[in-house]
Ligand binder design. Structure first.
Ligand SMILES: Cc1ncc(COP(=O)(O)O)c(C=O)c1O
Length: 431
């Protein structure tokens, strides 16, 4: 296995050292093959909003597996999950289930191009939308740490692939703008208005670390796309059912044309989806000519985990609980900073949070886009990561990722995390 892993960031290349191999997880804890215990803030990169092995999800899965693991034919489970998603996100009038976020985004873009009859798409620097060819252009997440070279010398607009193996032609229709910069995006539309099929955006950027949208930014994207006849696609693979039950579109009150979902909607099993206005989605085969298919799409086990998870999330007060836990963590981390480093002129730390996604950036700059995120001290993040790991706290092994708080994180775990953070800051300050 290249790097010994099935997905690059897991290999710890961004922080150094050897990855830990996980044997099992329960609640907010994971256990490695040597039976070391960690409080987990990766939570499978977001899906496990209920924590590991939630009993209700596990029981439902046991029952589902007895009935059969895959049929390649329609099931009522798909309709049930579709209805739940539609009731949470009314903009998703029709939906198609797929198996990964990469697939969801790739398919949504094909659909946007077919609907508008235009070829170009706009993405934001540091935004990650999966690993399809046309989207590996100034991409965040694992690509951000893998591809340090050449990025800073590139002009915003250039559709130059970040990685070898992507023919330049595949990226020529990808235009790139800095996140949170209305002027740059206006410029792109001035130059290419008639050619732009869609803007694809993480409404809360979470793959360059967490970077919230500045007031008015998403509204601006909505009005520009509406004026030019392009579609607005919200990539809510991370934010959907995470920053609120109705996702970022509910939190910020913006209605996109298409939405990509993943992670939480599968409750830890491989599920993703794209959906949106009926007029657009009706073009998807077999209703329409835009071909897209999948052998395991809508898999009954995956649908079951998704349904159980969303049913729990729909209960009253759940997101208030999640907010309280996340805010407790943020306040604890912030007060550790005040008590140790920042007040004494030590290493500057900037904490960024929206709901239950949070990033500790080692930078004095306010982080508003990819360039400011990349000012963070990644070598220091690596040392921070290992100090925390030694104290039993498992954080994302890269500066350019989010920590995920789950409903299973109790006050005790959060207090232990804050205490470890304080000790780590002191150790880093002294070293
Ligand atoms: C915003 C966003 N979109 C798309 C993807 C791709 O999803 P997957 O890894 O399931 O292909 C990710 C993955 O982290 C993501 O964060």
């Amino acid at each position: 296995m290249p790097g010994g892993v099935s997905s690059p960031v897991r290999a710890f290349r961004a922080v150094g050292g050897e990855p830990i191999f996980i044997k099992r997880g329960r609640g907010s804890h994971i256990y490695d093959e040597d039976d070391n215990e960690f409080i987990d803030y990766v939570c499978s990169w977001g899906p496990l909003i209920l924590g590991h092995s939630h009993p209700q999800v596990v029981e439902a899965l046991k029952r589902a597996v007895e009935r059969g693991t895959s049929f390649g034919a329609p099931t009522e489970l798909e309709t049930t999950l579709a209805r739940i998603i539609h009731s949470a996100m009314p903009s998703v009038e029709m939906i198609r289930f797929v198996s990964s976020g990469t697939e969801a985004v790739m398919s949504a873009l094909r659909l946007a191009r077919a609907f508008t009859g235009r070829n170009k798409i706009v993405k934001f620097a540091g935004g990650y939308h999966g690993h399809s060819d046309g989207l590996l252009v100034r991409a965040g997440s694992g690509v951000a740490t893998q591809c340090e070279q050449s990025i800073s010398t590139m002009k915003n607009e250039e559709g130059i692939p970040d990685v070898p193996g992507v023919p330049p032609g595949y990226a020529l229709n990808t235009l790139v703008a800095p996140y949170n910069n209305p002027t740059a995006i206006e410029q792109l539309f001035e130059n290419h208005a008639e050619e732009i099929a869609a803007i694809i955006v993480e409404p809360v950027a979470a793959n360059m670390g967490v970077v919230p949208p500045q007031p008015g930014f998403l509204e601006h994207l909505r009005s520009l796309t509406q004026k030019s006849g392009a579609l607005l696609i919200f990539d809510e693979v991370i934010t959907g059912f995470r920053v609120s039950y109705g996702g970022a579109q509910e939190l910020y009150g913006i209605i996109p044309d298409l939405t990509c979902l993943g992670k939480v909607i599968g409750g830890g099993l491989p599920v993703a989806a794209y959906g949106g206005r009926e007029e657009i989605m009706s073009l998807v085969a077999p209703s329409g000519p835009v071909y897209q298919a999948g052998t395991l799409a809508g898999n009954p086990l995956a649908m079951t985990a998704g349904i159980e998870t969303l049913q729990i999330l729909s209960q009253d007060g759940i997101y208030t609980q999640l907010e309280e836990k996340s805010s407790l963590l943020e306040k604890g981390l912030a007060s550790s900073c005040n008590n140790t480093l920042v007040a004494r002129g030590g290493i500057p730390v900037s904490i960024s949070r929206v709901g239950s996604i949070i990033t500790v950036f080692f930078t004095s700059e306010p982080v508003i886009d990819y360039d400011t995120a990349r000012c963070a001290d990644i070598e220091l993040y690596g040392r921070f990561f290992h100090h925390m790991l030694e104290q039993g706290i498992y954080l994302p092994p890269s500066q350019f990722e989010a920590c995920f708080v789950s409903l299973a994180h109790g006050d005790e775990e959060i207090r232990a995390t804050v205490a470890a953070f304080g000790r780590t800051l002191r150790a880093l300050n002294e070293s």
